[in-house]
Ligand binder design. Sequence first.
Ligand SMILES: Nc1nc2c(c(=O)[nH]1)N[C@H]1C(S)=C(S)[C@@H](COP(=O)(O)OP(=O)(O)OC[C@H]3O[C@@H](n4cnc5c(N)ncnc54)[C@H](O)[C@@H]3O)O[C@H]1N2
Ligand code: MOO
Ligand SMILES: [Mg+2]
Length: 426
Amino acid sequence: MQRNQDLDKDKFQRRALQVKEAQARVTKYAKLLDAEFVPLSQSCGRYLVETVIAPHPFPAFNRSGMDGYALIAADIEGCSSDNIIWLQVVDNIPCGAVPSVEIRTGTSARIMTGAQVPGGADTVVMLEVTETRETDGITYVGIRKAQAAGRNITPLGFELGPDEPVLAAGTLISAGDIAVLAAFGVHTVKVHRRPKIGIFATGTELLEVHEPLQPGKIRNSNSPMLEALVREAGGEPVMLGAIVDDLELARSKVQMAMETYDFVITTGGVSVGDYDVMGDLVREQSTEMLFNKVTMRPGSVTTAAVRGGKLLLALSGNPGACFVGFHLFARPVIGLMQGSLYPYLPEWTATLGEDYSKVNNYTRFVRARLEIRGGALFAYPASIDESSVMVTIKDSNCLIIVPPEQRGLTAGAKVTVIKLPGEIEG
Ligand SMILES: Nc1nc2c(c(=O)[nH]1)N[C@H]1C(S)=C(S)[C@@H](COP(=O)(O)OP(=O)(O)OC[C@H]3O[C@@H](n4cnc5c(N)ncnc54)[C@H](O)[C@@H]3O)O[C@H]1N2
Ligand code: MOO
Ligand SMILES: [Mg+2]
C-alpha cells in the first residue's frame, strides 16, 4: 500500500487531553433539545422542562386520618370508659362526600379515612374508642377516651401550599414524581425530547449477530452494547449497521448521520492503523476535531469532532475502550441534551477488595464489581480488564479510577469509583 508520509506524521502526533478537558470539549456541544408533551404514564425517566407549581393546596381540604367521629375536642374533655360522653350523630361522611352539616357543641359526624372533616369539628376520634346507641330514632355516639384538638386531621395545605414549587425544572421523573404530578392533575408532562442518536460500527471483520462465525471475523458486539447504553442514558438509538473499513463509505455515512440525527456515535477505526478510517476522517477540513487522544486507559484513542454544530463521538473498536468511552463522554452529552442537572455518573468512595498492580502513565478506568459488605462498599477489579477484552464488561457495575502515578494499589486502599447503572450485590 502506498503511504503518504505527511499524513502518517499527522496521524501519529496526537495531543492527549486530560479526561476532564475532553469532557468539557464535548459537553460544550451538547445542545439542549426542544420540549414535547408526553402522557403522564410515559413520563418516567424523562426530564422536566419547567418547574411545576402547585395549582392548589394539598390536601385541598381538612382530611380525616381515621375511620371514626369528627367532633369538638372540648366536648369530650375528661371522658373515659367509666365516664362515657354521648354526642348526637348529625352526619355521615364517607370518602368523597362533602359534609352537609356544621358541627356544633354536643354533636358529631361519622367520618371515614380520607373524607373531608366538617366545619366546626377539630378532632377525629377513632371507631375503636366509641360505641353507639339509638334513642327515639336519633343516633348517639359514646366516646370513651378524651383527645386533643387537631388529632387525626391533616389540615388543608399540610403537604404543600398553593403556588409552592412541586418539582424543579431538570428533574428526572421517577415513580414518586409521577404520583405528585397525578395528584396535581398534570396529565401531560412537558419534557425534553430524547436525542436521536445514530450509531454505526466500522470494521471489515464485523459480522452481524445472527451470522455464523467465519475465519478471521468476529460478531459486532459493540453496536448492540451502544444501543443499550444509549437507551439506558435516555437517548433514542438509531442503528445504522456496520460498514467495511473504507474512507469514502465512512465519509458518506458520517455525513448522512450528522445531517439526520442529534448526535452520532461510531465505534472502531480511530487508532493509527492502515484501515482506521474514522481517525482519518476527523482530520479532514470539513470537520472540526475536538480531540483524538485522551490520557486514559482504556480508550486513549477516543476521538470527537463537530460539524455544523453537531457532535460526532468516534469510540474505539476495542470493546473495553468503547464501553468506558461511552460512559465518560457520550452519557453526559445525552443527559445534558435532555436537561439533566447531573449528567455525570456519580463518583463514590469504596475499599479495594483485591490488589491491583497494573500502572501506567495514563489514568486507568478499571472495570470492577461493587459489593456491599457489612454496609460498606467494596470494589473488585475484573480478572482481565485490557481494552481488547470484551467478556468482563458484563461483570462491571463500576469503574475504579486509578490515577497515573500510583504504584499499584493494595487491597484495603480507598479508591474512587464511577458508579455505573445497575444493581449492587449485597
Ligand atoms: N500502532 C498502534 N496501534 C494501536 C494503538 C496505537 O497507539 N498504536 N492503540 C491501540 C489502542 S490503545 C486501541 S484502544 C486500539 C484502538 O483501535 P481502533 O479504535 O482503531 O479500533 P479497530 O482497529 O477498528 O478495532 C480494534 C479491535 O476491536 C475490535 N472491534 C472493532 N469493532 C468492533 C465491534 N463493533 N464489536 C466488537 N469488536 C470490535 C476489532 O476487531 C479489533 O480487535 O488500537 C490499538 N492499536
Ligand atoms: O485506547 Mo486503548 O483503549 O487505551 O487501550
Ligand atoms: Mg484500529
